[in-house]
Design a protein around this ligand. Structure first.
Ligand code: CTP
Ligand code: MG
Length: 230
């Protein structure tokens, strides 16, 4: 059986949330967002190890107020994040050893579920790289300068990518090593794999698997929590 490891990213600043604290530590249903995210991976029999990536100033808080307080299993390390998301991912990857499949996941996506984890591992094992997501509900346009619409994209070809994004460990580690030598920025790890010639298999995530990004997401999140987890 392969060894599957999860990297949970929690080292962002949450600028768009404007909450004054890192969004991962905001409480929903009396527990921090990060608790729910970690629990999904800790409870999965398919996951053997979890690495959390946290801001340097929050590592101790994360350890005491989340991992120890809620007795989250399988967390081997809490490592320091970097300036950009891609730097945090690279730090997480470098902290792992003896890993076959790695699942890279946003700490701010608490409603990931076992089906998404299981399918992601299966597809990454088969194709090297996979990512979940959903079809966009809105019509997507390219907006030109001066505010006018330039082009409407074909909705049935579009896909909103979520996390987890799942990879054969050596594949994505090597891609991140190459990325470090280039001065380009990416917003997720599918872009990193694509840049070095790998195809990423896209599979069904869920409209519930939201990333808490702006204040209204918290309202949705609290509603989803009532529906899904209680
Ligand atoms: N993240 C990280 N390290 C960074 C930036 C982001 O670990 N340097 C993490 C965030 O904590 C989050 C996930 O990556 O769980 C997705 O990023 P995003 O939603 O953009 O979070 P933030 O960068 O914190 O938010 P914002 O962009 O609004 O500042
Ligand atoms: Mg960000």
């Amino acid at each position: 059986m392969s060894k599957n490891c999860a990297i949970i990213l929690a080292a962002g600043k949450g600028a768009r949330m404007k909450a004054g604290i890192n969004k991962q530590y905001i409480e929903i249903g009396n527990k921090p967002v990060l608790y729910y995210t970690l629990k999904a991976f800790a409870d999965s029999e398919l996951i053997q190890e979890i690495i959390i990536v946290a801001a340097r100033s929050e590592i101790e808080y994360c350890r005491k107020e989340v991992v120890e307080k809620y007795q989250i299993d399988k967390v081997s390390k809490i490592v320091e994040g970097g300036r950009e998301r891609q730097d945090s991912v690279a730090n997480g990857l470098e902290a792992l050893n003896e890993c076959d499949i790695v699942l890279i996941h946003d700490g701010a996506r608490p409603f990931v579920n076992e089906r998404i984890i299981e399918e992601g591992i299966k597809y990454a094992d088969k194709y090297g790289a996979s990512a979940c997501g959903v079809k966009p509900k809105d019509t997507i346009k390219i907006k030109g300068k001066e505010g006018f619409s330039k082009e409407t994209l074909k909705r049935d070809e579009l896909f909103c990518v979520q996390t987890p994004q799942i990879f054969q460990y050596e594949l994505i580690l090597n891609c991140h090593k190459k990325l470090k030598k280039e001065n380009i920025s990416v917003t997720d790890d599918t872009m990193v794999a694509e840049r070095y010639g790998y195809k990423v298999y896209l599979y069904e995530g869920g409209y519930n698997n939201i990333k808490i990004t702006t204040p209204e997401d918290l309202v949705i999140c609290r509603g989803l929590l009532d529906k899904l987890l209680t």
